[in-house]
Design a binder for this molecule. Structure first.
Ligand SMILES: NC(=O)c1ccc[n+]([C@@H]2O[C@H](COP(=O)([O-])OP(=O)(O)OC[C@H]3O[C@@H](n4cnc5c(N)ncnc54)[C@H](OP(=O)(O)O)[C@@H]3O)[C@@H](O)[C@H]2O)c1
Length: 273
């Protein structure tokens, strides 16, 4: 598994981790991911999966980078501290590696939320602060309120079918050392369906062509494309250990520029809203 620097922190993380939204696979697939170096696990207080993550990392906590999120409805100062405490208990850990604001909430001043996030770092309960689903303007505004620590990541929707971040957010984050954590990288499994089963057969034929050229699966090409950009890592979800292995093998090789071009003309920006 190849590693990438998180923001400008000097800390490296797996370029392919695992996400556990709607996860029902138990401990084994997560342990498998960690064994293969996909040692970034992304959860959230809203997912109901922090407990299983805690079980999976029990005894090997120092080998895993645990990311979780405070919900957009818990962003007052006191609520953030309370949510972090509850996440720490469910995760059965003394610290969260990356604590992210799940969604922005315009009803709570962002400086209040960020003050709570910085307090958590000061107390040693959180190592790094991230956000999720923040637009460029929201990210800039949040960054401007930081007193001591940087925002190291923004977790957003990004896959071949959903390339909108390339227009503004991705270049901004690359320039400002904010790692993009690409969520739903397989478009909820749509990018793994053979053209004959897909509602978008022409596009999937192109993905199949590239997959045949590089002798990889559709999922592996879709994930590899996602992390082909500097400053982007991704967190596919699978309940199945075999698919976790498959997804990890999307790291460590490169699509050619001709293959990238082929994919990007078949899946243009804005083709799906
Ligand atoms: N911050 C946010 O607001 C936000 C929003 C959405 C998601 N996320 C994060 O991103 C993670 C991933 O996104 P996601 O779960 O929405 O979608 P995804 O990873 O794009 O797709 C997951 C789906 O693809 C299937 N799949 C996984 N690997 C496969 C493979 N190799 N071959 C065929 N099918 C495969 C899975 O089925 P099986 O499980 O049956 O294998 C599941 O149905 C989440 O778990 C979460 O951590 C964050």
């Amino acid at each position: 598994m190849q590693l990438r620097e998180l923001g400008k922190t000097g800390t490296t993380v797996a370029e392919i981790g695992v996400g556990v939204w709607r996860y029902g696979g138990g401990v084994e697939p997560l342990r498998q991911a960690i064994e293969l170096g996909a040692s970034l696990i992304d959860t959230a207080e809203a997912y109901g999966t922090e407990k299983v993550v805690g079980e999976a990392v029990s005894g090997i906590r120092d080998r895993v980078f645990v990311a979780t999120k405070v919900s957009g409805s818990h962003l007052s100062y006191d609520e953030v501290l309370k949510a972090a405490d509850a996440s720490l208990r469910r995760l059965d850990t003394g610290y969260i590696d990356l604590y992210q604001i799940h969604w922005p909430n315009s009803l709570v001043p962002i400086q209040e939320t960020m003050r709570a996030m910085e307090t958590l770092v000061d107390r040693g309960l959180v190592k790094y602060i991230g956000v999720s689903n923040f637009s460029t303007a929201e990210l800039r505004e949040a960054q401007a309120t930081m007193r001591k620590y940087p925002i190291v990541s923004n977790q957003v929707l990004y896959n071949l079918n959903r390339r909108q971040i390339e227009e503004e957010l991705l270049p901004y984050c690359q320039k400002n050392h904010v790692t993009i954590i690409a969520y739903t990288p397989l478009d909820s499994g749509q990018l793994t369906k053979a053209s004959a089963q897909s509602s978008r057969p022409d596009q999937m034929k192109v993905l199949e062509l590239v997959a045949a050229q590089v002798q990889k699966t559709l999922a592996q090409v879709a994930l590899n494309w996602c992390i082909s950009r500097p400053g982007v890592i991704t967190i596919p979800k699978s309940d199945r250990a075999a698919r976790v292995v498959e997804n990890c093998q999307a790291s460590g090789w490169l699509l050619s520029s001709a293959q990238m071009q082929l994919l990007e003309s078949a899946f243009p920006i804005g083709s799906r809203k």
